[in-house]
Design a protein around this ligand. Structure first.
Ligand code: A3P
Length: 286
């Protein structure tokens, strides 16, 4: 399958590879001590993953540097001809930490049956859209986004890979009522990383000293993760970092450098409409 080809599962656009392996993904058997990190793409997944890995390793960065992040924490629905996230996960000793971008309704049911702990991270729609645009440009595994103006429309239509941002963040928010989900926000992690890292630590049932937490804050800062070959995807053959680095800017408010006034108005209207039926809200003015 040529890179960038997509198809659909239950109306959600996904990489064709993923759709072709859908039965295998859907029937994945989670274990009760699995931890799942879930997100819409570009919400701060890698950041959250590294925080979790460092907490699990009591802040020991050398241990976290044992392998690239996608090998330490398999990407559940990732599929290639010779390997897949499911194969990686099945070959891994417990306790396992896994990553997914699936919308809540497409998560393999065994995660609910086994009552696995889940950490979800969300990012405000405007910055999320900008980050995703650059990611689709640099990642050969995803469709070309076209121009910014074209992408703006595609993104709002929800016909992007992994589906509508609105449905994704709302769906996982709702699930929090009936399931152990820690719901994090990129903007809060930027504002007070130590407070948010402590939340993750408590959710994982760990108790680390202040100086260990400070070390984790340092080692998961944007600049340090950008330099760390185990977190910056520098060796991923699908990614062309010359077009746009994976660790691109790491800020909030970059949307202001991309949105026209008309686009901002359109998005705000869209946001009001789509978020009317949820208690979830985001900070976009920073
Ligand atoms: P930008 O493109 O806005 O820079 P994901 O891991 O979900 O793919 O998200 C990637 C986004 O998170 C990118 O956003 C990336 O730069 C940002 N990011 C990664 N590590 C970060 C960190 N330690 N601090 C802040 N932002 C980070």
């Amino acid at each position: 399958i040529p890179p960038g080809e997509v198809s659909q599962v239950d109306g959600i656009v996904l990489e064709k590879n993923i759709c072709n392996s859908w039965d295998k993904i859907w029937n994945f058997e989670a274990k009760p001590d699995d931890l799942l990190i879930a997100s819409y793409p570009k919400a701060g997944t890698t950041w959250t993953q590294e925080i979790v890995d460092l907490i699990q390793n009591n802040g020991d960065i050398e241990k976290s540097k044992r392998a690239p992040i996608h090998l330490r924490q398999p990407f559940l629905e990732w599929v290639r001809t010779t390997n897949s996230g499911i194969d990686q996960a099945n070959a891994m000793p417990s306790p396992r930490t896994l990553k997914t971008h699936l919308p809540v309704q497409l998560l393999p049911p065994s995660f609910w049956e086994k009552n696995c702990k889940i950490i979800y991270v969300a990012r405000n729609v405007k910055d999320n859209m900008v980050s995703y645009y650059y990611f689709q440009k640099m990642n050969k595994g995803l469709p070309d986004p076209g121009s910014w103006d074209e992408y703006f429309e595609t993104f709002l239509s929800g016909k992007v890979v992994w589906g509508s941002w609105f449905d994704h963040v709302k769906g996982w928010w709702k699930k929090k009522e009936s399931h152990p989900i820690l719901y994090l926000f990129y903007e809060e992690m930027m504002k007070d990383p130590k407070r948010e890292i402590r939340k993750v630590m408590e959710f994982l049932g760990k108790n680390l000293k202040e100086e260990v937490l400070d070390k984790i804050v340092y080692n998961t800062s944007f600049d340090v993760m950008k330099r760390n070959p185990m977190t910056n995807y520098i060796n991923d053959v699908k990614m062309n970092h010359r077009l746009s680095p994976f660790m691109r800017k790491g800020v909030t408010g970059d949307w202001k450098n991309h949105f026209t006034e008309a686009q901002n108005k359109q998005l705000n209207e869209n946001y009001e409409k789509n978020m009317a039926d949820t208690s979830l809200s985001f900070c976009m003015e920073l």
